[in-house]
Design a protein around this ligand. Sequence first.
Ligand code: S3P
Length: 427
Amino acid sequence: MDHAFTPVDRISGILRMPADKSIAHRSLLLAGMAGGTSRLSGPISGEDLLSTRRCMELLGARITEEGTDALVVRGTGWNVPREARLYCGNSGTTMRLLSGALAGRPGTFTLTGDASLSRRPMRRVAEPLRMMGASVETAERGLPPLTVQGGALSPISYRSPVPSAQVKSAILLAGMQADGTTTVEEPAPSRDHTERLLAWLGCRVERGSGRASITGGDQLFSHPGFELDLPGDLSSAAFWLVAAILVPGGSVRIEGVGLNPRRLGILEILGAMGADLEISPTGEQPEPVGFVAARSRQLKAVEIAGSLIPRAVDELPLVALAATQAEGVTVIRDASELRVKETDRVAVLAEGLRTLGAKVEDRHDGLVIEGPAPLTGGVVDAAGDHRMAMTFAVAALIARDRVTVRGWEAAAVSYPQFLQDLEKVAG
Ligand code: S3P
């Protein structure tokens, strides 16, 4: 579906975001694995979360809506059917986390996905899970579908070649079912929502910078259930923060948003670019939450690399867009993971931003962007990727002419209310 966006004169207002996608996936999964009944509150929306919900239902969890903004999940104690075919849609988190959670269950579980997910690398979870004793088959070149035959697991110490919260979480969810202590080390710290939630639920988890371990036990499976208020998604908020910074006179405030330090890379980067931001925590436990406000400001170029990349991985497309309007040459390095997201985000960003008149060069592990360059109108292709679709929509707000985003429907993967929120803040 094509969607045409016209430039705006104003961005201002106060918004609340849909529930944090990473935390909501884990909450659905852990509530479904727990013994009792849990209540998750917050607007749990988007196709990815529906994928996790459906998989958990197929595995025996009973999930019902309570009003518009809460789900009640009757858990399984992780007694699951001996066989299941689980469609994970577009969601890498669903496929990778479930593969680990199911590795300790006796049975045969086939995990499939849509065309985009079917092109994403799964060897990164298959290998450590095999080392733990599970049988994990992939299609050629380590691609989905995954067939997991679970059973008794042994603990491992694993050094992941990539900083990935999905890989780390899959190993910890399997490690929870092994006899002993499983440790994961990664080259740079990735988001720690799984560790936080498991520790909050009484599992024996230890967390360090770039290191996490879990000691097996049935604390979760016998858990009576929990109540969790889900924070808003900072990754969705980032679209409006960047819009407010780039549209002259813009200003937004996002309330009730997750402020986990391992997700704050986008705020660190925008701050280093000279953005006018206000960040105020209002609560913690198990996840920090607060508000973030941004106001329009001329940006300057920055260099981004190393351990900052995993802290901002989903927001790098927005950093690239912001860089088109910043003074100087912005360099994004060490970001080859962007090439194996829902699409090759390096290639799609470079192509789309160039179509709109930006000066962008793609490198094997990132992008070089020279700004400021006025953006023109045009037709850009989201390549079936939700974050690309919404990044181009924000680009359209500051373009000179109309911008048509091809494949706009992908936005519903994480943020189905994007256009309604745009209506609320745009003038
Ligand atoms: C996620 C981890 C990140 C991120 C993805 C969500 C998660 O992926 O890009 O959108 O919820 O664990 P990787 O683990 O592949 O880095």
